[in-house]
Design a protein around this ligand. Sequence first.
Ligand code: ZN
Length: 266
Amino acid sequence: MIPRPIKSLARTVGLTRPRVAAARMACERTTLALAGPRRALPGGRILCYHAIGQPECGVNDLTPGRFRHQIELALRLGYRFVPAATIAEGRGEPWDLAITFDDGWHSVLGAAAPILREHEVPWSLFVVSGWLDRPGTGPPGVLGWREVEALAAAGAEIGSHSITHPDFGRISAEQAAEELEGSRSAIAARLGIRPDSFAIPLGQSANWTPAAARAAERAGYRIVYAQAVETRPGGTVGRSFVTYFDNDLVFGALLGGAYDAWEEWI
Ligand SMILES: [Zn+2]
């Protein structure tokens, strides 16, 4: 417990909890980058983004300029962009990269999609079906069904990210089944395709259980995406989360595996 005078002083100088956490994350990312590359992944690497130009998403937001720069840098370095499923199914090569987005933020349509189209990069979007069903109950700034339909028609793979974005480490097996099955049917009813991939909300190893894994399989998902490659739960596919702090040094280290045992904790 922080004493009240210190708390109000901290507030006055702008030391809010999210800012302190963000500063800590920036330090961690840079320290790990300076430690040097760990290992390339023989079957390719799947990147996970959230928002592109929505500062309200904090550490999960990148400016459009930085996002474009990362795509172009990866291409210059000789990487090739492939669908996430290619890597998830073990058909990738060491120089393969895939792009995924979680949550369905509005900027994915306005800022990211044009950059990806320009560079002919395939990509996947994991949506929270309840946020699309009832705009206003999800966080402000997320896409609606019609926009997701347009993205699907333009070639984006649409996968599920649950109905309400719960922590699967803290809900019952019945609730997990409902989230997994309900979101899959909602996407199928609206888009006419049954998604076979699911991205775990929050994505850390603590946010998934063996019961949730069984429910995902029963619901018909073939691929479950998690977070860090080395700490992901068994049976899931690892992804590298890209954050606000990822300048060229950090992004280059990320491609070399610097964060394969690091989980974003915000
Ligand atoms: Zn999410």
